[in-house]
Ligand binder design. Sequence first.
Ligand code: CA
Length: 376
Amino acid sequence: MKKTAKNRRNFLKKSLQTVAVTSTASLLGCNDQVIKSSEKGPYINFNNTYRWKMTTAWSPNFPILGEGCSDLAAWVKKMSGGRMEITVYGGGELIPALEGFDAVSNGAVEMNHGAAYYWAGKIPAGQFLSTIPFGVNAQLMDTWILGNGGQALWEELYAPFDLLPISAGNTGCQMGGWYNREINSVDDLKGLKMRIPGLGGKVLAKSGGTPMLMAGGEIYTNLERGVIDATEWIGPYHDYLMGFQNVAKYYYYPGWHELGTVLEMLVSKSKFEALPTDLQEIIRTACLRLNRITPVRLDTMNAQYLPKIQASQGVSMRLYPDEVMKTFRANTIETIAELTASDPQSKKIYEAFLDFQKKIVPWMTISEKAFYQNIL
Ligand code: CA
């Protein structure tokens, strides 16, 4: 106790000194501003400036998602009093857009912003921490990850790669996608070439279609030239900016395959643990802020851009027919059963998710579901 009280006194004394001399101390590189606690108290080094690199899966300054990463870097800099500077790189600027997992894992960069389903080829169980077709919405993904054991499973999954995952945004409910043909029955899915990644793509394949992957910049031209018949992207705001309303006639909803996709901040675990504890908390706090503000921004812009799409000449909004939704749902169950049968990590995480879903659905049914059905 005595030692703790002494540390606290020292801390206050040194903090006050630091306010007065911090710029001089930084210039001189003095060490006398380093305060370490004996146990759990803060350890703050006022002299060191940590310069980290963050790569992202988004094209440079990509609206909301890329911009959010720049916001996070600015918040961290302010909260740390300039002791932590994060430089954000768009996809392709430092490394290819979807190589962030390896780049953070091997220590080339300290952070990456993307989504766990991008690493499904390497670590299939991770995609359950991004989005699950016919799973739960953004709010409930947070409830699972932050409050019901999802975070611990995510950390355990990534620890062998020296990675710490932190939720840092959510797209909210996406749109089903743009089609150049009407989908009136499951037969209309036969031979449909659609850009749709992840589990959604596997479900489409099981339903008769052909999922295709391509870089974001190629989708418009491929849709225009008939290389693909359909594509999903995000929601009205980003889809409008892509110009899909000019090259596809039917805009289907809802986004059964991406009900609330979690955006993932990957952090180098060893470098994070080597940070002073206050900077660790600053990073966690900034990620939590980004986690909340991202869906707020997306909902705001999607609501503004939906009418623009509805007013676009030749565009028709369509609800997927019941038969098609039922087929997607049945094929989702089969697709996930196949994956969990062959991958024990996927089985463990998906079963934990199902357990959470079973507990939360009765509450949501008599609260929000009843509200949306009866009021809106
Ligand atoms: Ca999408």
